[in-house]
Design a protein around this ligand. Structure first.
Ligand code: THU
Length: 132
């Protein structure tokens, strides 16, 4: 399935009664498998989760850890990028060269990379250098 179709299907199931802003995300792994997620809001507002977080969780639960491509789908006038926290979540399993496609209901609107979205990422190296 295409990343767009996977994100689109997941987005239909988004639970966004508080913001009304439905998001779908899809990840293609290096071996070709595709995982999708949608935002799941909660009446205790900070407990809501983003679409990208759902897609990452589905990928890891299936035993995959190697992201090749990401697509984020939302319906807004401007292309919707992953939020800051989701950029870091994606960076756990994707390199800076990883393409990130920003899509609207009619298809791709913009294309960037994870490195462009998250320059100066906090990495495993920083953690290890700080260990005492
Ligand atoms: N949202 C996502 O699912 N992904 C993002 O990267 C940006 C924001 C969701 C969270 C919340 O349910 C709604 O969009 C409004 O912020």
């Amino acid at each position: 399935m295409s990343l767009f179709d996977a994100a689109s299907r997941a987005r239909e199931n988004a639970h966004a009664p508080y913001s009304g802003f439905k998001v779908g995300a899809a990840i293609r792994c290096r071996d070709g498998r595709v995982f999708a997620g949608c935002n799941v809001e909660n009446v205790a507002l900070p407990q809501g989760t983003c679409a990208e977080a759902g897609a990452v969780a589905a990928m890891v639960a299936a035993g995959e850890r190697d992201i090749a491509e990401v697509l984020v789908l939302a319906d807004a006038p401007d292309p919707v990028p992953p939020c800051g926290g989701c950029r870091q979540k994606l960076a756990e399993f994707a390199g800076p060269e990883t393409p990130v496609i920003l899509a609207g209901p009619d298809g791709e609107r913009a294309r960037t990379t994870l490195g462009a979205l998250l320059p100066g990422a906090f990495t495993r190296q920083h953690l290890e250098q700080g260990e005492t």
